[in-house]
Design a protein around this ligand. Sequence first.
Ligand code: ATP
Ligand code: MG
Length: 431
Amino acid sequence: MNNLKNLRGTTDLLPEQLKKWQNVENIIKDQLSRANVKEIRTPIIEMTELFIRSIGEGTDVVNKEMYTFLDRGERSCTLRPEGTASVARALINNGNLKGTFNKLWYMGPMFRYERPQAGRQRQFHQLGVEFIGYESPNSDIKIITLAWDILQKLGISELNLEINSLGDRTDRENYKIAFLKWLKDNFDDLDQDSKARINKNPLRILDTKNPDTQRLLENAPKLNQFLSEKSLERYSFIKNQLEFLKIPFVENLKLVRGLDYYSHTAFEITSSALGSQATVCGGGRYDDLIDQMGGDKTPAIGFAIGLERLILIAGTSLEKGRDPDIYIVNKGQLAESLAIALSRILSNFDLITELDLSGSSFSRQFKKANKCNAKSVVVIGDEEAKKNEFSIKLFNNSIENNNELKISIEDNAKLEEWILKNLNLNISAKK
Ligand code: ATP
Ligand code: MG
């Protein structure tokens, strides 16, 4: 059996690690619901065509990274490499988008066939937020601040926001002409990947990771020189608003993002606390995507945060889970039955209850209660069980033992009173 291993680039998340994941997810969900952003869940598997049409041929994701296969009905299927395309498809499929506003988030696994390393996996997780139907530059600001504030809330320091403007479709068409000319003049010095992209998708070359090509590109015409008056005005507004909100940023002309469908604002948030895979959040406006996919023309903007990278840099205080509030020690047949009945009563409270199912000695059970940091302990032995009773006390309070109480299993009022008095339980938390 020892040759059954998980696939390369995938990981198991065990309960100890998941404490941090759950704390991080809860903070994120809390922030999003406060901003009235609603959750959407789309399938993990889609028609391959969806990603080819939206992300675009000539991108690394479509060319090299997708998990694509034929299903038993000979349909080409792909495990989603990102979430935006599916969200757009779901909205198009579910009705007319004209004039509607949707603020949506999703969280879940994505799949890309890449070389695994720290912060880079083949199955990884993203939180994505999409504002669909929103055109105003202030919606760009809202999206950027939402991402920024989530990262701040998670105690992440050393954050850097980089922004750029990609202009609109016409700006990019104008730029493409000049850039293509330059590419042809410098063809021999380009790397193989970039040469192949010239005809398919020349702007992707700007996104190259090849250091020689990156150096060469420093002399190429720049996209920002081709932005129209209107696009420049929009971009200035964004920069001014960020300054007003005291969110530090740097402009990065090379930031074109790996995906094909962006226009105007593109941004990334990196953390110096991460090594070479420094980008924790990537986002931008994609006003042309939805009509390109067959929907009504609908402006939109969004971002995605890579959760693995986020977990690597989120504050260590988030690693702690909640310890049990009550540990039920029980021994003997009658006591065990009573213990189960009591654990069901306690499930009506916002409490974490650990029911000892070991049948081992009292002292062993007490040791375990101590080890898991239980706040209080219920003891049920034969004597108690015969009288239909249990005793409950705070665990680390042997000196001042006046909180210990014997309670009848039927006396819910007395139990509730003890819990509220001793376990710092908010009354409204009782279900
Ligand atoms: P990179 O340049 O690091 O490959 P990307 O531009 O491909 O990133 P996006 O498609 O913008 O990434 O996805 C948004 C975020 O998702 C990234 O900033 C990163 O945090 C995370 N991410 C992307 N690919 C992976 C991966 N293979 N493993 C873990 N996280 C990833
Ligand atoms: Mg990538």
